[in-house]
Write a protein that binds this ligand. Structure first.
Ligand SMILES: [Zn+2]
Length: 414
């Protein structure tokens, strides 16, 4: 990317230089073709870059969507983790309650055990006394020791009750012992279950944390890719700007080249017309001074303007010989003011040119002058209302001026 940027910048610089010196560098037909080729190449590069940028933007969009989906997933995992933590806390409370219950049951068991011990003692004493008295005979003695029938009945009833009570006590004693044992065992099982569940919940929590860690890791990678793509897009945008600048410079150079071609064609056409008109090669006569035309040859103010007027450009502007020839008059001459007359012999024909209203004459009669040679200073002498050069052209000598004076535009492009 940096390399292409460098090449593009170099190209832009070259085009800028080409543009600045287009008149010297862009001459041949090939240069226009080259510029057109360049423009096509730039347009292709722009299309390709635009395509690349679309792809990058699509990729960014996809990553942003993946990012959004991932965030949702992470929220879901976070909720699961929160739920797991709640469950663990609830289990902890449950376990604490059960532990308390077990403690209380242990106390109850202790009390019961104490009570059963005492009862056990009582039963043992009773059994001992029965044995000492020869088993059930003691009960018989008790019954037989009755003083009356009523007393006898009471004693039978009492003995029976005692025996029944003893049996009941023993039975309850055993039952309570078994019940306590069962309770202890079931509580222990429940505690084990809860501990198992707690372990499982902790494992789940660890697993969820791991998931979250992995997703955050992935998310960081996505972010990195996202940043990279944005960076790429920025660089592509810079490239696009450079290409646009390059395109503008090339288009300008091409327009310049086309304008130059158009002007050249126009000038060639004018030259051709001039040559057709005059029958002489273009450049046989040249402009005698450089100012703009202020008055044309032809009808003017009810009369005829016998030459063409050219405004003076700045002070001390030179009037120059329109073609090579010989000066035959150089003096102040009536309405012409200071004037120079030159006779030319061109391809066997005689021509005469005049340069009027000069402020100063710098040539003399009989002097031979070359085309473009300085004759004097453009000025305001004679019948003149402002500094200008009055120029006349005659297709013959001075004496034939009334018939053979022509519009100088026949020979000169002004
Ligand atoms: Zn004039």
């Amino acid at each position: 990317m940096k390399k292409s940027l460098f090449i593009t910048l170099t190209l832009v610089t070259l085009l800028f230089i080409a543009f600045s010196f287009s008149s010297t560098l862009i001459n041949a037909e090939d240069d226009g073709d080259k510029l057109k080729e360049d423009l096509e190449r730039i347009k292709e590069a722009q299309a390709s870059l635009s395509n690349d940028m679309e792809l990058t933007e699509e990729e960014i969009k996809e990553i942003e969507e993946a990012h959004a989906r991932l965030e949702q997933e992470i929220r879901r995992v976070d909720m699961q983790i929160a739920e797991a933590i709640n469950n663990i806390e609830e289990k902890n409370i449950e376990i604490a309650a059960i532990e308390l219950e077990i403690e209380e049951l242990k106390k109850d068991i202790e009390i019961l055990v104490e009570r059963l011990k005492l009862r056990d003692e009582l039963l043992k004493n009773r059994m001992r006394s029965i044995q000492e008295n020869g088993g059930t005979i003691d009960y018989l003695n008790v019954i037989l020791g009755a003083k009356s029938f009523g007393d006898f009945l009471d004693r039978v009833s009492a003995v029976t009750t005692i025996v029944e009570q003893d049996k009941l006590i023993i039975k309850r004693h055993q039952e309570e012992m078994e019940q306590l044992q069962e309770l202890k065992s079931s509580l222990s099982t429940k505690l084990n279950d809860l501990e198992q569940q707690l372990i499982e919940l902790q494992a789940l929590n660890e697993q969820l944390n791991q998931q979250r860690f992995e997703k955050e890791e992935f998310m960081a990678q996505l972010q990195l890719k996202h940043d990279e793509l944005h960076q790429m897009l920025e660089e592509q945008e810079e490239d696009a700007e450079t290409l646009a600048a390059e395109k503008a410079a090339t288009e300008k150079a091409l327009a310049n080249w086309e304008e130059k071609k158009r002007k050249e064609a126009e000038e060639a056409k004018k030259r051709k017309e001039l040559e057709d008109r005059s029958g002489l090669p273009a450049g046989t006569f040249i402009r005698p001074s450089q100012g703009r035309v202020t008055s044309e040859y032809g009808p003017r103010w009810g009369g005829t303007h016998t030459g063409i007027d050219l405004a003076r450009i700045g002070f001390m502007e030179s009037a120059v010989a329109s073609a090579g020839g010989v000066v035959f008059k150089a003096e102040y001459y009536g309405g012409y003011g200071n004037v120079v007359f030159i006779t030319h012999n061109i391809q066997g024909f005689t021509f005469t040119t005049t340069y009027a209203h000069l402020d100063r004459i710098d040539v003399s009669v009989g002097q031979e002058v070359e085309q473009g040679q300085h004759l004097g200073i453009v000025g305001n002498t004679g019948y003149s209302t402002g500094p200008h050069l009055h120029f006349e052209l005659i297709e013959g000598d001075w004496s034939s001026r009334y018939e053979k004076r022509v519009n100088p535009r026949k020979y000169i492009i002004f």
